[in-house]
Write a new protein. Structure first.
Length: 205
């Protein structure tokens, strides 16, 4: 066994210094750890948002006077006061669309269509003031077991400022013998907005 160097008796046996990690490897590990941390944070945020979306109950408007309740589509909100006299609840998608409900008089099933025609003409005159008004839908409906009728018109304007507008009037019977009037207005008229209106009305209880 080789003798220890003279200094070993005083200072101890020299210890080989640990090998240092190459600088390029250190940088690579820092980058990898950063990506792992970011991915963990993003994943946690996504799971939290999805969990909240799944746990949040659908927003529902309950209109006891009109005898209906209806769920709000995404980006819709419940209004405080309906912009048309007599309506007891209102839901709106910003300035793009509005749906209102009110109690109606008793209507015999054979008279549903004629009553809807009169209501549609009335609200079209009051709200649209269109230069050209065209009927785009007119048919009987059954919404959650409630027979009714719906009619829709589209208004166009000769000026270059006003875009086409759309109105749908739906009349539904009620178990107590009365009726419910649903009035929907979209301006400007657009397929996506019509689809949201139809989805809201078809979900009425």
């Amino acid at each position: 066994m080789p003798d220890k160097p003279p200094a070993a008796e005083r200072y101890g046996t020299p210890v080989r210094p640990p090998r240092r990690m190459p600088r390029w490897l250190s940088r690579l590990l820092v980058v990898v750890l950063a990506f792992i941390s970011a991915g963990t944070v993003i994943g946690a945020v996504v799971l939290t948002v999805l969990g909240r979306a799944e746990s949040e109950p659908p927003r529902v408007v309950d209109d006891l006077l009109a005898g209906v309740s209806y769920a709000l589509p995404p980006d819709w909100s419940e209004g405080v006061v309906a912009p048309v006299t007599g309506f007891t609840s209102v839901a709106a998608h910003g300035d793009l669309a509005t749906v209102m409900a009110r109690p109606g008089d008793p209507v015999d099933p054979p008279n549903l269509r004629s009553t809807v025609i009169d209501l549609t003409d009335l609200y079209a005159r009051l709200l649209l003031h269109g230069d050209d008004v065209e009927v785009v839908d007119d048919h009987a409906v059954t919404v959650n077991g409630r027979p009714g009728h719906t009619r829709a018109v589209r208004a166009e304007y000769h000026d270059v400022v006003n875009e086409p507008a759309f109105i749908r009037v739906t009349l539904l019977t009620r178990p107590d013998g009365k009726s419910t009037v649903m009035l929907a207005l979209a301006h400007p008229d657009a397929p996506a907005t019509r689809a949201e209106i139809d989805a809201l009305i078809s979900g009425v209880h």
